[in-house]
Design a protein around this ligand. Structure first.
Ligand SMILES: Nc1ncnc2c1ncn2[C@@H]1O[C@H](COP(=O)(O)OP(=O)(O)OP(=O)(O)O)[C@@H](O)[C@H]1O
Ligand SMILES: [Mg+2]
Length: 240
């Protein structure tokens, strides 16, 4: 079971939307993920009032220091065992996340939108990860940059060039990769994932983005062989 943590210190950087897309995409591909949201004091969970969710959800107040343990425990109470745990963090300093993200199954996703400030914030977070991990005995966590709304023609190398032009030194951040092609720019008027009857729904564009994101995550995590395309999912073994 892999644990994917959407993190980052900048508010409104597409963690929640992308985490919901990833859960939906994994479900579309036949997996059984759980979406676990760490909810700031005074906020209500993003998915709590939507009916017909195709994946399990769990919520934890983010003031709870043992939050990752709590999420894992809550998700194991959600019923069947889960293929992937997707943790949606609020905006918070990355060292706070590292302090509890000690499970070696964890992969940290840093969404990066197209914009000078957004790139600078991701570089800031990456530097903080570098500082924290070089000062500790723990191995470097695996970190993936998740491009949001960038042209799909860009390749992973292009993102590294963009980051290094703006001052990121690649060494010794060896565990850094880019989730390619990331999440496209979606219609912002249509991102609350519910229909008029308050049931969970994805537009065709969102569904496509969700599946592509899930496939990219599985490939990056070395799970590509377990992707079952929706076509052969129900058909079972073919007889001649
Ligand atoms: N792929 C996308 N295309 C276009 N707009 C997006 C996309 N992803 C997110 N947004 C928009 O960006 C804003 C922030 O998204 P989201 O709530 O997912 O960010 P967040 O990082 O979870 O923010 P918070 O700091 O509040 O937790 C929302 O208005 C959302 O509609
Ligand atoms: Mg959020």
């Amino acid at each position: 079971m892999a644990i994917f943590v959407f993190a980052g210190s900048k508010g409104g950087s597409a963690r929640t939307v992308s985490s919901i897309l990833l859960a939906s995409g994994l479900r579309e591909l036949g997996f059984s993920p759980v979406h676990a949201q760490l909810v700031s004091e005074g906020m209500s969970p993003s998915l709590s009032r939507i009916d017909g969710l195709p994946f399990a959800v769990s919520y934890t107040r983010s003031g709870n220091v043992k939050m990752f343990d709590a999420v894992l425990e809550a998700s194991s109470h959600c019923g069947a065992s889960h293929s992937h745990v997707i943790i949606d963090n609020p905006a918070q300093p990355i060292r706070k996340v590292l302090a509890y993200a000690t499970d070696t199954r964890m992969r940290i996703f840093l969404p990066m939108r197209d914009g000078v400030q957004e790139i600078a914030q991701v570089i800031h977070d990456l530097r903080e990860i570098q500082e924290e991990t070089s000062a500790s005995e723990e191995p470097l966590p695996k970190i993936w940059i998740l491009p949001i709304g960038w042209p799909s023609s860009l390749k992973p190398k292009d993102y590294f060039d963009i980051l290094s032009r703006r001052g990121l030194k690649r060494e010794p951040l060896l565990a850094l990769s880019v989730l390619h092609p990331g999440v496209p720019q979606l219609d912002t008027l249509d991102l609350d994932f519910r229909d008029d009857e308050n049931r969970f729904i994805l537009t065709e564009q969102q569904q496509d983005a969700a599946i592509r994101l899930a496939e990219a995550v599985l490939r990056a995590n070395g799970e590509a062989q377990s992707i079952r395309s929706p076509d052969n999912w129900f058909s079972g073994p073919k007889s001649n």
